[in-house]
Design a protein around this ligand. Structure first.
Ligand SMILES: *Cc1c(COP(=O)(O)O)cnc(C)c1O
Length: 368
């Protein structure tokens, strides 16, 4: 059996580093926002080539606070994409603002800058592209439109730790950028975690206050804040994992390249498109298939588990019917939602397993 993701394999490879660090935190008596979290913040800011990093309890909280720091609130609109994990839009709704969806580019499945200008209104307060699957959106095109209208750009980089656009890291381009450390992400905690990265001193200060009850000084609540703090145990584990992240990312890239080479002329699937000016970190390796359900079933019968990221775009989710979208409004997103299939990808997946999976995908082409 080949799982979609194997977190136990990764843990086994770093157990000897993680366990003493966790024991140290347990013995320290200090469990929330301490030395480990503070050092992780510094180290992650360096990793992203950004000035500040503020650790929080989830990626969703990171998005929420980044939006609040940009002044987003009731009556505002935030332009984002529908072909993403639901948290992207939910975080906008938390602020009282309304998510406005633009379609994605057919090749990269990230925000289509050509659709952006028409979606801007006097209420638009922020633009939030998603670096889907680990490939950054077309940030120069998006930023130049945003700058022209004086609108903030916030990166949803929850799937894109270490991704690059024209040599610039995810987290270094938007006014602020948000990452998730959900266990399955490229850098994952042993529990929940997230972080906001920014070069803006004012945003950093505000986000730091908002994550801890809006206080600058204990029991002096300047802002209406939240309990979005990160645990010391997660901070300690993430510091250890961050040291391995580049090697893990390279391992993902090698496996993705091998899939893409083996499946380049596939009759069954189309491989992901990677732009020359970007470093894709392959949080997800999604192929596109005309008969996805059939392919998923036949792989499953060979013991190969696959995933769907994502089968229903947010504008067609029941939870968001109030936004008033209908089927057909975002055709590129809707086609992607029907066709994408995520193949197993993680650093511990062997190259032989990649070969076996690619062969099973090709086998399906001749059967169907
Ligand atoms: C995972 C993810 C989030 C939310 O992160 P959590 O840590 O699970 O709250 C937001 N946006 C995208 C694109 C994600 O993949």
């Amino acid at each position: 059996m080949i799982p979609l993701l194997d977190l136990k394999a990764q843990y086994a490879s770093i157990k000897s580093e993680v366990e003493p660090a966790v024991m140290r935190v347990l013995a320290s008596g200090h469990y929330v926002l301490g030395e480990e979290v503070a050092r992780f913040e510094d180290e992650f800011a360096v990793y992203c080539d950004a000035k500040h990093a503020i650790a929080v309890n989830t990626g969703t909280s990171a998005l929420h606070l980044a939006l609040l720091a940009a002044g987003v609130g009731p009556g505002d609109e935030v332009i984002t994409v529908s072909f993403t994990f639901v948290a992207t839009a939910s975080a906008v709704c938390y602020t009282g603002a309304r998510p406005v969806f633009v379609d994605v580019e057919p090749a990269t499945l990230t925000m289509d800058p050509a659709k952006l200008e028409a979606a801007i209104t006097p209420r638009t307060k922020a633009i939030m592209p998603v670096h889907l699957y680990g490939q950054m959106a077309d940030m120069d095109a998006i930023k130049s439109i945003a700058d022209k209208h004086g609108i903030a750009v916030i990166e949803d980089a929850c799937q894109a730790h270490g991704a690059e656009y024209k040599g610039r890291r995810a987290g270094s381009i938007g006014v602020s950028s948000c990452f998730s450390f959900y266990p399955g992400k490229n850098l994952g905690a042993c529990g929940e975690g997230g972080i906001v990265v920014t070069n803006d001193d004012e945003h950093a200060k505000k986000i730091r206050m908002l994550r801890d009850w809006g206080q600058e000084q204990r029991y002096h609540h300047t802002l209406k804040g939240f309990n979005y703090r990160m645990d010391e145990i997660q901070g300690a584990i993430l510091r250890i994992k961050l040291r391995h992240l580049e090697a893990w990312t390279e391992a993902r890239r090698v496996r993705a390249d091998r899939y893409s080479t083996l499946l380049a002329d596939s009759r069954s699937v189309r491989v992901p498109v990677v732009m020359m000016d970007r470093r894709h970190v392959y949080h997800v390796y999604a192929v596109r298939s005309r008969d996805r359900e059939h392919l998923q079933h036949s792989l499953r019968s060979e013991g190969i588990h696959t995933g769907l990221h994502y089968p229903i775009p947010i504008h067609l989710q029941k939870a968001h019917v109030d936004l008033g979208y209908r089927a057909g409004d975002l055709p590129v997103s809707e086609a992607a939602a029907r066709e994408v299939l995520s193949l197993p990808i993680y650093p511990e997946l062997t190259l032989e397993q990649v070969d076996q999976i690619a062969a099973a995908v090709e086998q399906d082409a001749y059967v169907s």
